[in-house]
Ligand binder design. Structure first.
Ligand SMILES: Nc1ncnc2c1ncn2[C@@H]1O[C@H](COP(=O)(O)OP(=O)(O)O)[C@@H](O)[C@H]1O
Ligand SMILES: [Mg+2]
Length: 179
């Protein structure tokens, strides 16, 4: 039985490595599940070990990664699931294509200074990138194109995880996706 009338939407998290995409998306997903909503998470680290494990980090491969994810997000969204994707997704034009394709789409920009991302360095990747051990690393040796007008702007170097989470839920409510 459905507890809620639920209209699907994709929350598309984008931002630099260590900017907080996974952390906020996980927390929001938890909150939504607790409230009885159908939720699916598509996270870069997991998807790149499964659906797109054949791909690397050239522009071509990054774009193909996002195209496949977009396909899955579209199917889930039209079946009225809340989809939370967390991919760096550095290219604006490809994010805009995902928006067009998926339709019900809220872009969530986890804005965070490069200094703070490098300080967090959750997986030690910035260190390796600076040492030249990882090529094509976003923020260091590969571009990141900031969203121009995201539906949700999180400043994760100024807010707590709780505050960022609350902002996302508030926007979902505001847009009529939550009761
Ligand atoms: N407001 C905030 N929002 C999200 N993450 C935060 C925030 N403040 C601190 N953090 C921390 O920053 C880190 C972000 O890492 P992660 O979510 O893995 O980044 P990404 O998925 O973007 O690479 C986590 O350790 C998280 O706890
Ligand atoms: Mg992540």
């Amino acid at each position: 039985m459905c507890e809620h009338e639920q209209k699907g939407v994709t929350l598309w998290f984008t931002g630099l490595p260590c900017s907080g995409k996974s952390a906020v998306a996980d927390r929001v997903a938890e909150r939504l599940k607790d409230r009885g909503y159908r939720v699916e998470r598509l996270d870069g680290d997991i998807v790149r070990r499964s659906l797109t494990r054949d791909l690397g980090f050239s522009k071509e491969d990054r774009d193909e990664n996002i195209r496949r994810v977009t396909f899955v997000a579209k199917l889930l969204t039209r079946n009225d699931v809340f989809v939370l994707t967390s991919f760096i997704s550095p290219y604006r034009d490809i994010r805009d294509q995902s928006r067009q394709e998926i339709g019900r789409f809220l872009e969530v920009y986890t804005k965070c200074s490069l200094d703070e991302c490098m300080r967090r360095d959750v997986k030690g990747m910035y260190k390796k990138a600076i040492e030249g051990k990882i090529k094509e690393f976003t923020g260091i040796s590969d571009p990141y194109e900031e969203p121009v007008d995201p539906e949700i702007l999180l400043e994760t170097d100024k807010e707590t995880l709780e505050e960022s989470t609350a902002k996302v839920l508030a926007k979902m409510k505001d847009r009529g996706y939550l009761e």
